[in-house]
Design a protein around this ligand. Structure first.
Ligand SMILES: [Zn+2]
Length: 167
């Protein structure tokens, strides 16, 4: 049934202040302000962390907020390709990702520096549930191992540690 009722309302915006997830989700992402996106993003990162630990992963934090000055250094040194990084907008987090061995409790880091393509493919399959879960939380959520959200390993710039929300 069609309705002309606006999806967003003053009521919803007020309720965002009390951190209600339910009300927050009634906003369409197109209509959200940057601050509303930042708040939703952070809430969703909490969910991602819970999901990861429930699914046999462990995480440690890499970078979250990044200054423009820091980003300039990364672009100049080739570590990043863009001055448009979501990290500058508080809409991206990098995690170090580990798999926990149930038998002995040891942790193995995924995507360690220097792994070859075949190993990357194997580890990508292991980590994909994290990316899938992240994408399921919002149509604007993107995983750095699948920038175009097509579930294929066809990225020119691989960043499997990176989870972002488009502004
Ligand atoms: Zn990142």
């Amino acid at each position: 049934m069609e309705t002309n009722e606006p999806i967003i309302s003053r009521h919803n915006r007020h309720c965002l202040q009390c951190r209600s997830i339910a009300h927050n989700e009634t906003l369409t992402t197109v209509e959200m302000t940057l601050q509303e996106k930042q708040i939703t993003f952070t809430q969703n990162i909490a969910r991602l962390i819970e999901f990861a630990y429930d699914s046999g992963f462990a995480l440690t934090f890499g970078e979250v907020y990044r200054t423009v000055e820091q980003q300039k250094i990364y672009v100049e040194t080739g570590r990043s390709k863009t001055m448009n990084s979501r990290h500058i907008q508080r809409l991206a987090v990098d995690f170090n990702i580990f798999v926990v061995d149930d038998d002995n409790g040891s942790v193995v880091m995924l995507f360690a520096p220097g792994i070859d393509n075949a190993q990357y493919e194997r580890e990508l399959a292991v980590a994909r549930p994290l990316g899938d879960f992240w994408e399921s939380l919002s149509p604007d959520n993107v995983w750095g191992a699948d920038w175009n959200r097509n579930d294929l390993n066809d990225e020119k710039f691989r960043d499997p540690y990176h989870f972002e929300m488009k502004p």
